[in-house]
Write a protein that binds this ligand. Structure first.
Ligand code: CTP
Ligand code: MG
Length: 390
């Protein structure tokens, strides 16, 4: 299904950037350590739903384009296509080239908007209809006459459109072809789509998803990048073991699994949750489970261990940190972990409020060596990588 009907991202980058000015068009100017267009391409690539990315560029900017993007190795980036005299013409040319891929859906995005979030990308990719990002107008609106405010304009029902704008591919291609000879090219793709009679849904836009247009926007972009850069990455590890006792199930990574024994411990003895919570405490430099939940306190007797991981997650967010990823290895001869690992990931994702693709759960036996090999108990090793403000 995916290979046959890809979702493609089209970046429009053929403009001259006249309002910003400067020696080269705005999309090739650097903000932080990369040109604006490289940030925009990387934002598209961060979205797992995107199968191909293509840029519509001015034919005289080919060298600039290749210089600006040579650090990006992702195979999903296609060779650039020539843009046209208007934004609409640039989009039309690119859509015609993309048609050879028979895409199911296309996200059309201004290369001059480098800060689109993955959440917004996901929402646009998983919808089926035509949908654009937009923010309601919050300022009072005035029509001018010369230098004077002339008459107020109601802001009720007015929206500021952003990109990406997402469409079923065949429909937006047909709309652009039909509008090709229009004397007034549409300002965005929603307008083109509406001219062809389609309905366009408004999805919540994002404050940071602004279009770099003026020098003040460039300065704002620099500030945002500097802020992002001020995060540092840290790693912590956790290790835990529990002894087996008589019983018929074990709790591992928040999932109950039938077994010929149970694990002994103060709480429910979930080695997976304990090791992971310790890894997070470790990365934060905040001690371990025992620091926060003293084993001497009867309150935590028979506690369900998700309480510990939830606490570690709250501690992360209270420090404005976030989990980048965690990798968990359970050590046991039995039970078999593989049949349950997907459910464990889901459960951990739910507790930590992160997406499951940031988590990994695997297992190994001890080749029958040592205490764990003799099935006297089981163990777990976890590593957590976090990002937190400097
Ligand atoms: N664009 C394009 N082809 C054109 C005109 C614009 O691909 N013929 C692209 C721009 O590169 C930009 C997006 O459409 O990513 C939105 O256009 P805008 O912000 O107006 O960019 P410019 O026209 O380059 O800038 P300005 O209007 O300030 O000159
Ligand atoms: Mg323009």
């Amino acid at each position: 299904m995916k290979a046959k009907e890809p979702i493609v991202a089209l970046l429009v980058a053929a403009g001259k950037g006249t309002r910003l000015g400067g020696p080269i068009p705005k999309q090739y100017q650097r903000v932080g350590d990369q040109p604006v267009i490289a940030h925009a391409i990387r934002a598209m690539l961060r979205c797992q739903h995107i199968d191909h990315v293509v840029c519509a560029i001015s034919p005289d900017a080919r060298d600039l384009y290749f210089q600006s993007t040579d650090m990006i190795r992702d195979k999903r980036v296609m060779p650039p296509v020539d843009g046209g005299d208007s934004r609409a013409a640039s989009v039309r040319n690119a859509l015609r080239v993309l048609a050879t891929l028979s895409p199911r859906r296309v996200l059309i995005h201004d290369a001059a908007r480098p800060f689109i979030s993955s959440e917004a990308m996901n929402a646009l990719c998983t919808a089926n209809d035509a949908a654009i990002l937009a923010e309601p107008v919050v300022d009072a609106l005035w029509r001018s006459q010369g230098e004077l405010a002339h008459e107020p304009v109601s802001r009720a029902g007015l929206w500021r459109a952003q990109t990406p704008q997402a469409f079923p591919f065949e429909e937006i291609l047909a709309a652009h072809q039909a509008d090709a000879n229009s004397l007034s090219p549409a300002l965005d793709d929603a307008e083109t789509y509406r001219r062809a009679g389609g309905d366009v849904r408004l999805l919540p836009g994002e404050t940071d998803n602004f279009k770099i247009t003026t020098a003040a926007d460039m300065a704002r972009a620099e500030r945002l990048i500097a802020q992002e850069r001020q995060m540092e990455v840290r790693t912590g590890h956790g290790f835990d073991v529990h002894r087996f006792r008589a019983g018929d199930h074990v709790w591992l990574c928040g999932v109950k699994i039938p077994h010929t024994a149970s694990l002994e411990g103060h709480s429910d003895a979930d080695v997976g949750l304990h090791a992971l919570a310790d890894a997070i405490y470790g990365a934060l430099g905040e001690g371990d489970i025992g620091t926060h939940f003293p084993p001497t306190d009867p309150k935590w007797k028979a506690a369900e261990s998700h309480v510990f991981l939830t606490h570690a997650a709250k501690l992360l967010s209270s420090r404005n940190a976030r989990l980048v990823n965690a990798d968990i290895t359970l050590l046991c001869e039995a039970p078999k972990i593989k049949p349950h690992s997907a459910m464990m990931r889901e459960r951990l994702a739910q507790i930590l409020e992160v997406s499951a693709d940031r988590l990994s759960v695997k297992a190994t036996t001890m080749e029958r060596m040592g205490a764990i090999g003799r099935e006297e108990g089981m163990g777990c090793i976890a590593t957590a990588t976090i990002e937190l403000p400097r």
